[in-house]
Structure formats: C-alpha cells, structure tokens
Design a protein around this ligand. Structure first.
Ligand SMILES: Cc1cc2nc3c(=O)[nH]c(=O)nc-3n(C[C@H](O)[C@H](O)[C@H](O)COP(=O)(O)OP(=O)(O)OC[C@H]3O[C@@H](n4cnc5c(N)ncnc54)[C@H](O)[C@@H]3O)c2cc1C
Length: 414
C-alpha cells in the first residue's frame, strides 16, 4: 500500500493546505491538549521519546515539508517556521533521541535513496518506531573522514562489512545505522566510499558504550566483523557515498546549529547538544542571589542576544549551516561558563552536595558544564567549520592536500 492510501486510512489526515493561522492553531492545540495526555504516565527516555514522536507524526506535524507520499504534509518553509515558533521551549527533551534519525538520516534517504528504501524507512523513522545512529568516525578517521577504512565487499545478494567505528552516539539504542564504508580501495579516497543502511542488531556488530566525563555513555565504539547488509540497502550510488555523506553532514550542522533554542526555565535536558537556555541561567542567578550583580546581568543580556541570534540565523533561508553550528557552540560554551561561575564558585569538580544554593540543579548544570566541550567536536570541529566556511562560503583557496588523486590503497595510514 502506498503511504498516501495508508495515511488516508489510518489517520484520515486532511490533504488540503491549511491557512497559516489554521496551522498555527493546529500546532498550539497539539502542544496544549494532545501532548500532555500522550505523555501522562509514560516513563523512561526511550518510551517517552517514542510516544512523543508517534503523536507528532499521527497529528501531521512530524514531517511538515516532506512529500505527502512519504508521510509528510508537503507544506512550505513558512509552515515550518510557524511550527518552530509555536513549539519553542515545548518540545520534550527526549526528542534529542531522534537527532540522527529524524534530523539527518531521514532527509538524506528522502533526497538520495531509491523508492524502495524510502518506502521501507521514512515513515517508521519519522514516527519514531526505529532508532538510528551514524557510523562515520573511525579511530583513524575523524576530521579527515574520507580516509575511513571500514570495508564492504559485495557477496551475492549481500554486502559483507568489516571494520571499526567510534563515537557512535546512541548506537546502544539503535536498530539501524547510516554507515560509510570503502567499496573501492583502488579509487582516490573520496571516490571509493558507499553509504549503507546497516541493521545494528546482528551477530557481526558489537556495540560497546564509552563513558564520558559527564558520567553518561552517550556514544559507543563499534566492532564490525563480517556484518551483512542487503544488496540494495545503498543510499545514493555505489562509490558515490562522499556526496551523500556531505549532504547528511549539512543536515547535522543545520540540526545542531539551529534546532529549537531558548527552552523554559524549568525543563531540564541532559540530552543532545543544546546550550543551557538563558531562562534557566536567570533562575540560577536568582537562586544564587546574584541577579542584581551588574556584571552577571551584563553577561545574561549578552547570552540572551546570542540565543536570539542563533534562532534568527536558523530562520534564515540559504545560510551556510556551519555558521549556525559555530554560533551554537560558542553560545553553549559561554552559557556553561556563566553557570559554572554562578553555581560552582568553589570548584570546577563537583559533588551534588557541594553545590551551594542551587543544590537541586547541581547535577544538571554540572552535566552541561562538562558536556559543552563536546559540542565543538560532534558534527565536525570548530576548525573544520571554519575551513568549510573559508573554502565554500568565502571562496578562499582550498587547504593544501597531496593525496586527493592517489588511490586509497597506496595512502599512508594512521
Ligand atoms: C558529542 C559527540 C558526538 C559524536 N557523535 C558521533 C556520531 O554519532 N557518529 C560519528 O560518526 N561520529 C561522532 N562523533 C565524532 C566526531 O565527528 C569527531 O570527533 C570529529 O569529527 C573530530 O574527529 P576526531 O575526534 O578524530 O579528531 P581529529 O580529526 O583527530 O582532530 C583533532 C584536532 O585537530 C584539528 N584538525 C583536524 N584536521 C584539521 C584541519 N584540516 N584543519 C584544522 N584543524 C584540524 C581538529 O579541529 C581537532 O581540534 C561525535 C563526537 C562528539 C564529541
């Protein structure tokens, strides 16, 4: 059954284009009426994330700009902006679970995969039924991603994959991965890579969580030993994976650069790469009795402006995604720095009992103070964003490179 038929049958969704004001009303009533009852009594990050996503999808708000045949509403960017405006600060923190699947994998599959793959993956992905991770980085390939050496060899109806990945966020909860693997070692490094969909839960894939200094295990190392992928689970062209890899990274930068900012004073999220909302810093300053301090007030005003700048940048069409990502990273570090000085004046290390006035929030702020450094790395480091901006936005000369035309097989490896 096509999505359009299934959609009509299961959800009875109106396929007409609403007016902007009707659509605004739809979004408001979803957040005011539907969401609270959906999440009532649901506990745990993954169950809450899935319940939220399913409700959002079933109410036609999960894929506003996607084509109708792939579960979307087929509406323009002005509707997306209404959703962003009306949902600011109201999206449950558990939505970060879908940063990779909904934010990065789905739009790449929508834009580059064949119809069979779109049919198989997009609706379950948007509805939150399947969780996704991103298997790009390897122990010897981070910024220089094109040097990756995990290999895939076609054997009859399957690709056989062997190699190692690292820093794979959320892999321990994922059923599917967007995987980059080398399929032609005789081609130069950018030209012999293919993007696959890898089923994570299989014998050939071992996922080992890595504990960070925050105390959480956000990401994992992955050992891949003759894992299997159906022959046609290729996103884009065989050996054309660099094009799709870059497209997915652009979604990642847009996502991490411009996703909903400026949460409420009360909603606490220890997930995702979001700066501490200024509303929470103001509360913290009050709790610490520092809200009258002119220097603190000045910093809060600066951070408030930063929060606005990031969200306005997000609303601009055609802006290079690296600009948003750099701004967000900068905002994240500055917000964490102020939180550290307000909540933990005595020590950069913490124990929940040591935080003075803001005791209840010690764990939360400590998490963000430690986590904000990672914002500069995930999705490409600040230096790489600046290189990208220099080369692609400003048209400066390319970074010198001697290995662009050398077959991968002949390159010196780490
Ligand atoms: C929170 C977090 C989540 C992540 N999630 C994922 C994930 O889900 N999937 C995934 O595949 N990866 C993930 N990563 C990995 C991330 O993409 C890499 O850490 C990042 O690309 C940098 O690679 P690297 O760590 O190997 O550092 P390197 O590439 O070894 O870089 C080391 C340093 O050298 C600098 N440098 C390198 N090359 C240049 C250059 N050409 N010009 C100037 N400076 C340069 C870098 O900026 C950096 O400071 C995640 C990382 C973090 C921190």
């Amino acid at each position: 059954m096509t999505w359009r038929a299934a959609d009509q049958q299961r959800y009875g969704r109106a396929m007409t284009t609403p007016t902007i004001e009707d659509f605004r009303g739809e979004v408001r009533s979803f957040f005011e009426e539907v969401l609270p009852s959906t999440l009532d009594g649901v506990h745990g990050t993954i169950p809450r994330a899935k319940a939220w996503r399913a409700a959002l999808f079933d109410h036609g708000l999960a894929a506003i700009d996607y084509p109708v045949e792939h579960g979307g509403r087929g509406l323009g960017p002005e509707y997306l902006q209404v959703y962003r405006d009306e949902s600011r600060g109201l999206v449950p923190r558990e939505d970060a679970t879908f940063g990779i699947g909904v934010g990065m994998a789905m739009p790449t599959i929508r834009d580059y995969a064949d119809d069979d793959l779109k049919e198989r993956f997009i609706v379950p992905g948007l509805r939150g039924e399947e969780l996704w991770c991103q298997m790009y980085s390897e122990p010897g390939s981070g910024s220089d991603l094109a040097s990756l050496s995990t290999r895939a060899v076609l054997d009859g109806d399957e690709w056989i994959v062997t190699g190692q990945k690292v820093w794979t966020s959320g892999a321990q909860h994922s059923q599917l991965a967007i995987l980059l693997a080398r399929t032609d070692p005789d081609a130069p490094k950018h030209r012999g890579i293919t993007m696959f969909v890898l089923p994570v839960e299989q014998d050939g894939v071992t996922v080992r969580p890595l504990v960070q200094m925050t105390g959480e295990a956000e990401f994992n190392e992955i050992f891949i030993d003759e894992a299997r992928i159906p022959k046609h689970w290729v996103v884009g062209e065989v050996n054309g994976g660099w094009t799709t890899a870059v497209a997915l990274l652009a979604h990642e930068r847009v996502n991490t650069g411009t996703a909903s900012m400026g949460g409420s004073a009360t909603q606490r999220s220890k997930a995702g790469r979001t700066p501490i909302p200024v509303a929470q810093l103001i509360e913290l300053a009050r709790a610490c009795g520092r809200d009258g301090d002119p220097l603190v007030r000045q910093e809060l005003a600066r951070l408030y402006s930063g929060e606005k700048v990031v969200s306005w940048l997000g609303a601009r069409q055609g802006m290079h995604p690296s600009i948003g990502k750099l701004w967000r990273t900068r905002q994240g570090r500055a917000a964490a720095d102020l939180a550290a000085r307000l909540a933990f004046p005595a020590s950069p290390a913490w124990h929940p009992d040591l935080s003075v006035e803001a005791n209840a929030d010690a764990d939360y702020f400590a998490y963000h103070i430690l986590n904000c450094r990672g914002m500069s790395l995930g999705g490409g480091t600040d230096e790489i964003q600046r290189n990208t901006l220099g080369e692609r936005a400003l048209g400066l000369p390319r970074e010198p490179g001697t290995d662009r035309d050398t077959p991968f097989r002949e390159l010196l490896k780490n």
